[in-house]
Design a protein around this ligand. Structure first.
Ligand SMILES: Nc1ncnc2c1ncn2[C@@H]1O[C@H](COP(=O)(O)OP(=O)(O)OP(=O)(O)O)[C@@H](O)[C@H]1O
Ligand SMILES: [Mg+2]
Length: 443
């Protein structure tokens, strides 16, 4: 059955809008979070390949998010999510946060920082444990033991656990989302285990600490972007979120409401700029401008007679070329990147259950024609995702796909408190303590 047909049937059967898209205007972005009892302020720090961006957001007890400050600095010291020049990264972090502080008129000490890069790995692990007291029902301690058993021995020394997200529990009666309180003799769990190279994670913490700030939590960038742009309906229906930045394309897949896969493909929009620069023999700065002003992913959407001026190099005169040519270069590279993402995800057992389509975000999603090209490659409905439902002076700026990760990191502040409450004082806490003690040592 064609996907469009399935979508149509679903629409008829459930009445749920199946087109993926941003949050409906006017709805609180934090509608599914456990809300704070008083106003809280969190700072998200997105250390991207092209920019380092600090966003300071305030969340009130009604769930309204006010963006108080936002500042972005060109990022010089990173390549594809990995710190390659510590000094430059530290300086950019310091300046970005200081500028955001000035705008927000608050002083920042703790930040939630994003992590991405080709070193991130995601796997599903599982285990079954005997419930300690089946008559009294499953306790949180049983859940923790099951998760610990699933993760135990699966993390090599050189890798660090970033997230262990329970995806599904099974009790004697079958699959269940939250097993606490149910009677059962055995409890099985499937956990999505996300790990990072220890050194890459430590370098990010080191850079933030040397800039004199403290890392409150590290969050995987594809999950952060998803927090900012995906609706619960999309996650229930099944959706692929692709955040295409300058150096990486971050992927997150949600099925039946929970995250089932995350991944990072080490390619992004900077490769397109590089290609334009090579083909037209112009410098990268001019190529970048040309891409943003005249670029398109679909050459056939451009009038073949339309021409554009290309700046000359080293004092030479500008030349005139067909705009279609730029689109051909973009189509080739963007197509290749999207094919790479497709190869990563199409074999996943739950990919067929992604009825909500593909949502593009990140700076490169601003490239005209990306949804049409995406539709052609994935054969699924594609749309743009941006943070919505924000207020405050910087809310307009932060509603760009460029800031999806940064806004998501602010929202993660709320989620993090809940996560910590669950992790504290339990046995499997020891798995995450390696990174935590590194943070404490710096803090
Ligand atoms: N209007 C536009 N049209 C096309 N591309 C754009 C546009 N605006 C920005 N970009 C591209 O978006 C990319 C930067 O996106 P973003 O800010 O999301 O990246 P990043 O977060 O710094 O990098 P990464 O996530 O890969 O570490 C650059 O390659 C830039 O050329
Ligand atoms: Mg990014």
């Amino acid at each position: 059955m064609a996907i469009t047909e399935i979508m149509e049937r679903l629409k008829l059967a459930t009445g749920v809008p199946v087109e993926a898209g941003p949050l409906p205007a006017g709805r609180s972005i934090t509608s599914r979070f456990r809300l704070p009892t008083r106003k809280v302020v969190f700072t998200g720090l997105d250390i991207g390949t092209t920019k380092i961006c600090a966003i300071i957001g305030e969340i009130d007890p009604s769930g309204n998010v006010t963006i108080l400050g936002l500042a972005s600095q060109p990022s010089q010291g990173l390549r594809r999510g990995i710190v390659i020049n510590l000094e430059e990264t530290v300086e950019s972090i310091r300046v970005a946060i200081r500028k955001a502080e000035n705008m927000a008129q608050v002083s920042v000490r703790d930040v939630f920082v994003g992590i991405a890069g080709g070193h991130i790995e995601c796997q599903t692990v599982s285990a079954t444990v005997e419930v300690a007291n089946p008559e009294r029902g499953i306790t949180r301690m049983d859940v923790r033991r099951a998760i610990e058993a699933a993760v135990e021995g699966k993390v090599p020394m050189e890798r660090e656990v970033l997230h262990q997200i329970p995806q599904q529990f099974t009790i004697d009666d079958g699959a269940i989302l939250d097993p606490v309180g149910f009677s059962s003799r055995r409890l099985s769990v499937e956990v999505m285990l996300v790990t990072a190279a220890v050194t890459s994670a430590q370098n990010i913490i080191r850079a933030v600490s040397q800039a004199r700030f403290r890392v409150s939590g590290i969050y995987l960038e594809p999950l952060a972007s998803s927090l900012a742009i995906l609706t619960e309906e999309q996650k229930e229906l099944g959706v692929v979120m692709i955040d295409i930045g300058g150096g990486t394309s971050d992927i997150a897949i949600y099925v039946n409401g929970s995250v089932r896969y995350t991944g990072v493909v080490p390619h992004g929009g900077d490769a397109i700029t590089e290609d334009i620069s090579k083909v037209l023999k112009i410098n990268r700065f001019d190529a970048e401008n040309l891409k943003k002003r005249h670029g398109h992913c679909i050459p056939s959407a451009i009038d073949p007679r339309e021409t554009i001026q290309v700046p000359g190099v080293l004092g030479e005169k500008p030349t005139v070329i067909k705009r279609e040519l730029v689109a051909q270069v973009i189509e080739a590279r963007m197509g290749e990147m999207l094919e790479m993402v497709k190869r990563r995800i199409e074999k996943l057992p739950f990919y067929e259950q992604v009825y909500g389509g593909i949502v593009f975000t990140g700076g490169t999603s601003l490239q005209q024609g990306i949804c049409e090209l995406g539709q052609r490659i994935f054969d699924r409905p594609c749309c743009h995702g941006v943070p919505t439902g924000l207020s405050g002076t910087a809310s307009l700026a932060s509603s760009s796909p460029i800031y999806s990760t940064g806004v998501g990191l602010v929202l993660y502040g709320l989620e993090h408190e809940r996560e910590q409450a669950f992790l504290d004082g339990n046995a499997f806490g020891k798995i995450v303590t390696r990174l935590k003690s590194f943070i404490d040592w710096y803090g």
